[in-house]
Design a protein around this ligand. Structure first.
Ligand code: F0G
Length: 457
């Protein structure tokens, strides 16, 4: 069959509150044109993030009823442990309330001041947790990964030659570990090939460095390997996942993505000495080692989610629906990052709005217009988010993007058709969009709480 259908029926629905453009004009003005300040029931299609927004299955909700809230040694923890180990058999598993808690614990224990961590591309929280230790977060993605318009099957790959050079120049004693983020979120949700994981492992072996995977979207990455990498089309996804992690010494994970849960995460590793220190830190900041910051019912929801996320019908539908939006808006001329990533479509706002200079935040202007036109909430990833330097100066970010992140199992084909209609409609009227400015901004993370206005107002 040509048509790929959602491989689920809907048993419980949540109404979307319909709004008019006039109403949305008021809501966004009241929010000072900051989409993070909107009330989410004033949003029709919420594509702000794919994190923690998945619809859980009836099986997951059922599993939550079996959640056991014992402080220590809960059976929920052991179900969670066996579900994780079925995919990623590391020796030590440490539950945390979300991904950044795992990062914070890991880097507090392993990273020292003035050391460096190489990665294909650090996600913001990973970078912030590395930098919080006074260490440097170094991004070494392949050149193709830096060009939105270039097609490449594995744009998330590590630049292996650059990694070798970097380790030689920095000195292995100044690098506690090497990381790989799958899929590469900050680089557009682009996958990393098995061959690249293997090559990264070989470099790490040569220098005696541990390799950790930021595993947030591991199942989507495995599906891309099955689709695109020679030799994997007949391999079950679960085996691809196991092979990916067989090359690593540990991982950090946010179960809010490919755990199909609304909260949760973990840190896993083989190094006993590090694991003991990380557990001690966990008890200080998150909770006892068999629940981390989670309730027993959360652990059960994750255990069930991990079985469902490697289902190939699910992954086929998931990646097809992201590709569907990307293909249709791209055919209408909308400039996007190519090829489509796993969890999101990234619109190249700088090319979409060439009349708006980067320091007038074309990404923010586009994100606001998508809300006004159709109640869609995306997220600016560009100069508003990254343009402010620590010394208070401003420069254009590397790119000005708007991310439309697609929550898992939440929206249907008709919702995606609506997204295509709104984006292409805004594209036809793009010359009417105006530049923006900050009317108030905090000194850090200004995109979350800053206030915007239009330049001409
Ligand atoms: N690593 C990656 C690659 C991520 O995308 C995220 C979160 C994290 C780590 C941190 O996990 O949120 O559970 O603490 N990404 C979300 C997003 C926030 O919208 O892309 P967390």
């Amino acid at each position: 069959m040509k048509t790929i259908i959602e491989p689920f029926r809907i048993k419980s629905v949540e109404p979307i509150r319909m709004t008019t453009r006039d109403e949305r004009e008021k809501y966004i003005k009241d929010a000072w044109y900051n989409l993070f300040a909107l009330h989410s029931d004033d949003v029709l299609i919420d594509l702000l993030t794919d994190s923690g927004t998945s619809s859980m299955s009836a099986r997951q909700w059922g599993a939550m009823m079996t959640g056991d809230e014992s402080y220590a040694g809960s059976p929920s923890f052991y179900r969670f442990k066996s579900a994780v180990e079925n995919l990623m058999p590391f020796k030590y598993l440490i539950p945390t309330h979300q991904g950044r808690a795992a990062e914070s614990i890991l880097f507090t224990v392993v990273a020292k001041e003035s050391q460096s961590i190489p990665n294909n591309t650090h996600f913001d929280t990973t970078r912030a947790n590395v930098e919080a230790q006074g260490a440097a977060a170094v991004d070494l993605v392949i050149e193709e990964g830096k060009h939105p318009e270039l097609e490449h099957p594995f744009k998330g790959n590590m630049d292996i030659a650059a990694l070798e050079r970097f380790i030689e120049e920095t000195g292995v004693e100044n690098i506690p570990l090497c990381m790989l983020t799958v899929t590469n979120n900050s680089g557009g949700g682009q996958p990393v090939s098995m061959q690249n994981i293997r090559q990264t492992r070989a470099v790490c072996d040569r220098f005696g460095l541990p390799l950790f995977i930021d595993a947030c979207r591991f199942a989507e990455n495995a599906w891309f390997i099955k689709l695109r990498e020679p030799g994997y089309s007949d391999k079950p996804v679960i085996e691809i996942v196991r092979e990916m992690f067989s090359y690593a010494d540990g991982c950090t994970m946010s179960a809010k993505k490919d755990g199909l849960a609304n909260i949760g995460g973990w840190l896993a590793m083989n190094n006993e000495d590090w694991a003991v220190q990380c557990r001690n830190r966990l008890i200080l900041t998150e909770g006892f080692s068999t629940y981390g910051g989670l309730s027993g019912r959360d652990l059960d929801a994750i255990a069930a989610g991990l079985e469902e996320v490697v289902d190939e019908d699910y992954l086929n539908y998931r990646i097809a629906s992201t590709a569907y939006v990307a293909r249709h808006i791209s055919e209408a001329g909308v400039p996007i990052m190519k090829p489509a990533g796993g969890h999101a479509v990234y619109i190249d706002a700088r090319s979409f709005l060439p009349h708006i200079p980067p320091l007038q935040y074309p990404g923010q202007s586009l994100a606001v217009e998508l809300y006004l036109e159709g109640g869609i909430r995306g997220c600016e990833i560009g100069t508003a988010m990254f343009g402010l330097r620590p010394d208070g100066k401003e420069e254009p970010a590397h790119m000005d993007l708007v991310r439309l992140a697609i929550p898992r199992r939440m929206y249907t084909q008709a919702h995606m058709d609506y997204v295509v209609e709104v984006v292409t409609g805004v594209y036809r009227n793009r010359h009417k969009l105006k530049g923006m400015k900050f009317v108030r901004q905090p000194p850090a993370l200004r995109h979350f709480t800053g206030r915007f206005g239009y330049v001409e107002d």
